[in-house]
Design a protein around this ligand. Sequence first.
Ligand code: HGY
Ligand code: MN
Ligand code: MN
Length: 407
Amino acid sequence: MSLGKRIMDWSAQAARHSEPGPGVTRLLGSPEHKALLADLDGWMQQAGLSTELDGAGNLVGRTRHQPGLKTLIIGSHQDTVRQGGAFDGMLGILLPLAVLQQLHEQAVTLPVNVELIAFSDEEGARFSSTLVGSSALAGTFNPDILKATDRDGVTLESALRGLGANPDQIPALKRDPSKLAGFLEIHIEQGPVLESLDLPVGVVSAITGIERHKVHITGKAGHAGTTPMHLRQDALLAATEVVRAVNDLCQNTEELVGVVGELNVTPNAVNVIPSAVELTIELRSPVTRIRETARQQLLAQLNERIAGHACQWTHERVYEQQEVDCSPAIQQQLANAIATCGWQPHTLFSGAGHDGLAMAKATPIGMLFVRCTGGLSHHPEEAIIEADADAAAEVIKLAILNWEAPV
Ligand code: HGY
Ligand code: MN
Ligand code: MN
């Protein structure tokens, strides 16, 4: 079986571990997550890896340890957004796994030790946390987030314990940077560039900075038929000011994107004036200064715009991650492997966040992007073609066989 075929077959099987509904929904600590772990554990062991579920819910597959050699960490996330696709995250686990299985079957001796990591939670779709698994390895995990709760009041800590992970062990997961030979993540591009250039793979130069805010707007419920329009305190109307302000600011600021992605209305009833709205704001930029200036401008104007609807509001920055550069040495190693495979090396920026944002605190990082159909992601129709999976696997196989620890 070709590497590409094995990757596509595993991806289809992994995608079946999802909540019912369109696309793939597999959240941290869910039954679907637990079921996937069982499959992944078996596939990793078939590939000759020793496996371990660590305290942060990461599944770790290790090649036979060669004393004296540094360890290359390869990995990506096994969780998804709600109604997402089959390849965001999982490709970065299954593609290197297929390569490691082939090298194991061929009894090839690797130039480095390899840890293949299926990170537990990168999207943060269930809890307001994100990069849970990778931050544990980087030693930047914030234990306060163990108390974060999901929509049903379940804590992150109990979700991890439900997986069979012991969060008490998280502090010991920090990797010793002196023993690492870098971090490598393979990921779908989630954008249109490689498709526009008709290239199967690309080298990532840097990963965007991201911040997320939770906003709570309070108005006053009332009868939608009898309350005069000028006497209303409509929290949803005030919330539209936030949606519009974020969009206008990002439309008019170079190198800044943003969205109000979540919005929940109370009481959400056809004939009641909304009394409260919970919403999220996300801002992203490759330049911290641009993002911070935009945040200040936005928060300043929202005071006036929300007060204009006789509503009050509170906001909390729940997440901030600086942009991260990829290691020039690893970029070069990936470009060399791409060229040897007969493709034109192309370097591009990542507007999406990845586990590399956390891992960069522990070791130099590198990313290989794989073309995805229509650049579509965080969508049920997210797709790649088998030939690109195969091409990317050959590039990664070459990169691993020639790996040199970035100094
Ligand atoms: O939001 C992101 O960029 C990533 O998919 N977590
Ligand atoms: Mn994603
Ligand atoms: Mn991802």
